[in-house]
Write a new protein. Structure first.
Length: 305
């Protein structure tokens, strides 16, 4: 087994004592099982940006704030320094989200820190102590599917209350231990209030999870949790303990199309009026500029005489 340099560096620093085996390799990272003292943990070694296959990363970065203006300018220019800073933000997003969500009551792996591109965290295990399976490898009865689906919907609510949308939630990003579903893989987590794609991403997360549990309990396919959750969120009534029903009644109120068009026309007319006044000011300033040098020249001639 080839051990990545980043993991060897953690061994040299005493943060990891032994690399036991590679667990899996995904689109954004390779996962290893490691020993840290007497504890068996998980080490997620992030791949370099050039080797990652995560699509539409720009959509996920929207709304992530950079306090240091120098770093922000460097990332915007795409310089070597900027790319390095962007990588650090991408990696730190996951560990920050894990700490935040664990505090918010979402079942996620316990983080132990991110060190030079390696995230150390809890290894989720099954009842026998082996590595917990992914949800896509788990079959269940209808009642269990309904129960776990409700648990995941509650996790999505708590994530949103904490200001986060997973953005890539599916049966491949959920583990199942003895207590139920565990949410994993959060480097692409988005700021719910700062990302224009947050609503559609949440809807996709809900759709993916509902589709999977719907294989075992088809009745959950009729639920409308995404619309219900987002309606509460927009209304400011969403809390971590909000009791969801899975039902959502679409508004039957007809849109005031004429009113909207009037507003658009008014805004357009107002914009045109501002442009007209601006052109008049510029024309007046131009005329004054041409007159002023001539008067100044005449004064100089009079002074010489």
């Amino acid at each position: 087994m080839k051990i990545p340099k980043r993991l060897n560096d953690l061994i040299d620093d005493g943060l990891v004592d032994e690399v036991l085996r590679q667990l899996m390799s995904g689109k954004e990272a390779t996962i290893f099982v490691v020993r840290c003292g007497t504890e068996i943990r998980c080490a997620k070694v992030y791949k370099d940006a050039a080797k990652r296959s995560f699509k539409k990363a720009v959509e996920y970065r929207e709304g992530r704030h950079v306090r240091n203006t120098r770093r922000g300018r460097a990332m915007a220019k795409g310089s070597k320094f900027g790319k390095k800073e962007q990588e650090e933000i991408w990696q730190n997003t996951e560990v920050d989200a894990l700490y935040l969500l664990a505090h918010a009551g979402v079942r996620v792996p316990k983080p132990y820190g991110c060190f030079d591109g390696v995230l150390l965290m809890e290894l989720i295990t099954d009842a026998e102590g082996g590595v917990a399976p992914r949800l896509n490898d788990v079959a269940m009865g209808a009642e269990q599917a309904r129960k776990d689906h409700a648990v995941v919907m509650q996790h999505i609510v708590r994530m949103l209350c904490a200001g986060i949308v997973h953005g890539d939630l599916s049966e491949f990003n959920v583990l199942v231990d003895g207590s139920g579903p565990v949410i994993i893989d959060l480097p692409q987590a988005v700021n719910a209030a700062g990302n224009n794609n947050a609503r559609s991403m949440l809807a996709r997360d809900v759709k993916n999870m509902t589709a999977y549990y719907g294989r075992f309990a088809p009745d959950v396919l009729k639920s409308k949790y995404a619309k219900e959750i987002w309606a509460h969120y927009e209304a400011g009534t969403l809390t971590p303990e909000t009791q969801l029903t899975g039902r959502f009644k679409e508004s039957t109120k007809r849109a005031d199309v004429k009113g909207v068009l009037n507003e658009v026309e008014f805004a357009a007319a107002e914009h045109e009026e501002r442009l007209r006044r601006q052109r008049e000011r510029e024309l007046l300033e131009k005329e004054q500029h041409h007159e002023f040098p001539q008067k100044k020249k005449n004064r100089r001639h009079r002074h010489r005489r």
